[in-house]
Design a protein around this ligand. Sequence first.
Ligand code: HEC
Ligand code: HEC
Length: 351
Amino acid sequence: MLGHRVLAVWSVLVCAAAYAVTTGVGAAPEPAGQAAPADLAALKAKFRRPDATPFPKANPHSPEKEALGKALFFDPRLSRSGSVSCGTCHNPSLGWTDGLPRAVGFGMATLHRRTPPVRNLAWGAAFQWDGRADSLEAQARMPITAPDEMNMTMDLVVERLKAVAGYGPLFAGAFGGDDPISARNVTAALATYQRTLVSGEAPFDRWIAGDETAIAPDAKSGFALFNGKAGCAACHSGWRFTDDSFHDIGLTASDDRGRGKFAPPSVVAMQNAFKTPSLRDLRMQGPYMHDGQIGSLADVVEHYAKGGEKRPSLSFEMKPLDLSEAERRQLIAFLETLKAEAAPVALPQLP
Ligand code: HEC
Ligand code: HEC
């Protein structure tokens, strides 16, 4: 019901916006604001950023734990070779990823999946492209112990950290107790640090907070398309632009069945399904998708316009879209407004 109403309202807005674009009446009063202020306000409210970052009761935040987690995140001694840290693949200057189609791991082997950015994960429900980790604490152990990533054992990590004089006081300050350097506390600190990595305020945020000049008219039309005709918000919903769920969007399939590995074969929709990625702070230069198979945003939009490969697991939200060149540009212009100004990250002094 509500979905249809929103859709109808938005087709009116899209027409109004398209009119403004084709006639070039840039100075005309805001079409989106004019048509249905109440509906637009309600829609904008769905994308409003939360004020505070949530931390689980079992692993609350403290500045000491955050600082320790940051040191561990950038410490290559957590890998067997001593040369790879979390930050090697999740590089802050590359948007907390590595810029590669697929990650390169231990011994320079190419992995099957692309490195996702570690940002806004405090609100996440399931981690990894297939959601196989149910918390950031559980996730942190995976890259450390994966033979093709950091190729360590947690015991060896603990042994190495105990041999570094400077880590003792840092762990004691963060956790207290007699023997604070433990596998559990390593993953707790890494999780805490990652929860503090939150996207900065983007032009889109300033727009929904009321600054009409924060984004251009074509981006506003793109927002209308995103929520209306193009149907993107069916999956990329909420302020992080993800429903934290798994879908097959009809990409070129491989042996990697994504979520399908954890679902019984009878649950057809989980075959070839991967977690909906956030669209905040997209690296505009790509590559995109769980295996980096799409190189540019124009090609991503083209993929959605075609509707994806028809197969039993294809999401029922995926259908061919009739998108003009102008509408494609508007969608991309909107995605660009989700990008915050890059804030420099000071690398920690390692103990
Ligand atoms: C060799 C490169 C590499 C290293 C090193 C690495 N990661 Fe990753 N990271 C990846 C890849 C690839 C994935 C996706 C894995 C998958 O879906 O199976 C990922 C996924 C993640 C995710 C899930 C994000 C999400 O949106 O679900 C988190 C969190 C994460 N890594 C944190 C870490 C931490 C913490 C470390 C260090 C202990 C680390 N990574 C080390 C490449 C790496
Ligand atoms: C059926 C749910 C669904 C719909 C509808 C949908 N997406 Fe997606 N989107 C996903 C999933 C799932 C992925 C990751 C797929 C994968 O890697 O296998 C994704 C990936 C993306 C990516 C790549 C992000 C990255 O970090 O690699 C972009 C960009 C994107 N979608 C934009 C859009 C736009 C624009 C629309 C509307 C035209 C849209 N999506 C509609 C679920 C959806």
